[in-house]
Design a protein around this ligand. Structure first.
Ligand code: GAL
Length: 631
């Protein structure tokens, strides 16, 4: 398959006589895709029922006429002002009970059935009109961005009660499952159950986790109705543009409804805004060397192999605490890293910088006056390179890492130690794997086979489900579980006998403790355990211990369990040993250097702001190398 490039474009922001020139320049640049429409509702239906398709008809004509393929977004992330007259109660409510106002975007509650129907109706009208012309669809825009999954509205409360009734059927069963006898929290009727906010002290964690599962299901349902509305009229593939480190809904579940997954990659914004253990001093203009890669691998799983970068940063953004410009070469490097992880397409956000409103400080490929911005030349370079390059051949990585949304919610609800976070733990181990030059597949927790993986990591998983349990039991490679895997039930109660209940490993955690920063537990072989430690009664071999004798790494045959959160040094050492034992091609990469192996090639990326050497090759800062893969 030919990898391709594209851009996000807002014809409604520019005079119509400008469109042909923009379209021509996009095509000349070598772009294939242009995404439009996702915020245009107020111009498509300025008042209820007054549809103005004419301008969008003409915009699509111009773009297709220039040889571009159109990705059309449904506009439900920006309901126009009049929608609030129709549904005054459609706004999401924050955890303090305050409605979030009109005046930016994503001002809706996923549980509001009236707005959900109106949004699906609009998606259906667009699909009916453009279904045979559009090459791909995008539902909504960035579910969960700006903290918009959790809404504490009346609509959410009512839908939550219905959800609980369907899940538990009997109020006594709910009381028993949640342990509501504790603090006399028993309910006699569904109508007594409120949302778990504004309680005096913490709510029952089972209640809070149920709300998190419900909130995720509301997003999944929201997406489903739009997908259904589009599919009635169009066969074009459908995707949604996910975000970096947005974990409030189960992306695998929305992914299963659509043909492709896409995501929005803002490496410099992310580094200063949300990367765990990000090194802003070293990577200010390059972005974290692992954060994008993690999401490429995650969304490859969400899209079941088919995924794009729908928005790629081309210059400074506007929304992080500080917004540096990319080091020359990074706009190119980020694109090639995405292709090396299997992206079908990379699209830049946005074509031309807006002179007005919230994002006037956000770079595009063009400046606000339509002259070339620095990102444009690098986009042109990628287009030229792509035209000549052999295709990227996808393959299975040698290492698997299980990432699970419900486990993220569970540890947010009951961290036990401040900062215990499933994403952060998975990313911490992923970073260690990448520093060893290893390529990784991220898999969901309902994975049924680990065939072909020399090493699998299952960190921080709330409960091991049947299929994954069987896959671990049958794995031919090494499997490392923990820390904090399979200790609790799906309502955050303890299991009896104590967990973890791991295939192939006879071990039980009888006590867990957590530590603040600055109180690490040293390990005999070097490095430390920080934050989390399980105390096991075990029949397994103890192959690593803390200096005080506490078992840290347990092993029986191919199955291993880590009892604590290893610091970077310990993680790298432990994973290095396992990867070497598994026969993998391990490298001790210098800071900033990263590898990605595909079916035929080895890509080498230099995220450092100084030259690096790999295998006899020099890489300048932001350098990219394509090597034939060692057999
Ligand atoms: C994304 C969003 C775009 C734009 C961009 C700015 O999160 O989808 O609409 O706001 O960020 O970086």
């Amino acid at each position: 398959m030919k990898r391709s490039l594209g851009v996000c474009y807002y014809p409604e922001h520019w005079p119509e006589d400008r469109w042909p020139e923009d379209a021509r320049r996009m095509a000349d640049l070598g772009l294939t895709w242009v995404r439009i429409g996702e915020f245009a509702w107020s111009r498509l239906e300025p008042s209820p029922g007054d549809y103005r398709w004419d301008w969008l008809d003409r915009a699509i004509d111009v773009l297709i006429g220039a040889g571009l393929s159109v990705v059309l977004g449904t506009p439900s992330a920006t309901p126009p002002r009049w929608m609030l007259h129709r549904h005054p109660d459609m706004l999401a409510t924050d955890a303090d009970g305050r409605p979030r106002k009109f005046g930016s975007r994503r001002h809706y509650c996923f549980s509001h059935a009236g707005y959900r129907d109106d949004a699906a109706h609009m998606a259906g009208l667009m699909a009916e009109r453009y279904g045979d012309r559009v090459a791909a669809w995008q539902t909504d825009n960035e579910y969960g961005c700006h903290d918009t999954v959790l809404s504490w509205s009346d609509a959410a409360r009512d839908a939550f009660r219905d959800w609980l009734r369907r899940r538990y059927q009997d109020i006594g069963a709910l009381n028993a499952a949640w342990g509501n006898i504790f603090w006399s929290m028993d309910y006699a009727d569904w109508s007594e159950i409120d949302l778990p906010n504004l309680t005096v002290t913490e709510p029952n964690p089972a209640h809070a986790l149920a709300f998190r599962r419900f909130a995720s299901d509301q997003v999944v349902r929201w997406n489903a109705v739009q997908v259904d509305a589009i599919r009635t009229h169009s066969d074009a593939p459908i995707g949604h543009n996910y975000m970096g480190r947005v974990t409030e809904f189960d992306h695998y579940a929305t992914g299963a409804q659509m043909e492709i997954a896409t995501w929005d990659s803002y490496p410099l914004g992310f580094l200063l805004d949300r990367v765990p253990e990000g090194d802003a001093a070293a990577y200010l203009r390059q972005g974290d060397p692992d954060f994008q890669a993690f999401h490429h691998d995650l969304y490859r799983a969400v899209g079941r192999g088919r995924w794009w970068v729908m928005e790629q940063q081309p210059g400074p953004v506007n929304w992080a605490p500080y917004n540096p410009a990319p080091l020359p070469g990074m706009v190119r490097l980020w694109s090639w890293e995405a292709f090396a992880h299997g992206a079908e397409a990379v699209c830049w956000f946005r074509w031309r910088q807006a002179p007005f409103a919230q994002e006037s400080q956000h770079a595009g490929l063009l400046r606000p006056d339509a002259t070339d911005a620095p990102g444009l030349a690098e986009a042109a370079q990628v287009a030229a390179e792509l035209a000549d390059a052999p295709d990227v051949v996808p393959n299975q990585a040698p290492v698997a890492l299980i990432f699970d949304y419900a486990s993220q919610w569970a540890w947010e609800v009951q961290p036990q130690g401040k900062g215990f976070d499933h994403f952060a733990l998975c990313f911490h181990l992923y970073r260690a794997l990448r520093s060893l030059g290893l390529s990784v597949d991220i898999l969901p927790s309902d994975t049924t086979t680990l065939d072909g993986y020399a090493l699998t990591l299952v960190p921080g998983l709330l409960t091991l489900t049947g299929p994954l349990r069987a896959a671990i039991a049958g794995a031919s490679g090494l499997v490392l579980t923990g820390p904090r895997t399979d200790l609790k039930t799906d309502t955050l109660s303890f299991k009896f006998p104590f967990g973890p209940d791991l295939p192939g490993l006879s071990t039980r955690s009888v006590m867990e403790e957590t530590f603040p920063p600055g109180a690490p537990l040293p390990l005999v072989k070097g490095g430390h355990v920080t934050l989390w430690l399980e105390h096991h009664e075990t029949e397994a071999d103890v192959i690593e211990a803390a200096t005080d004798g506490t078992p840290i790494l347990l092993r029986q045959g191919r199955h291993l369990h880590l009892t604590g959160w290893p610091d970077a040094e310990a993680a790298r050492r432990i994973l290095r040993d396992l990867a070497v034992e598994a026969g993998l091609d391990v490298h001790d990469l210098p800071d900033g250097l990263r590898l990605r192996d595909t079916g035929a090639e080895r890509f080498v990326f230099n995220y450092a702001d100084e030259a690096r050497r790999f295998d006899g090759h020099d890489l300048p800062p932001a350098g990219v190398l394509r090597l034939t893969r060692p057999s």
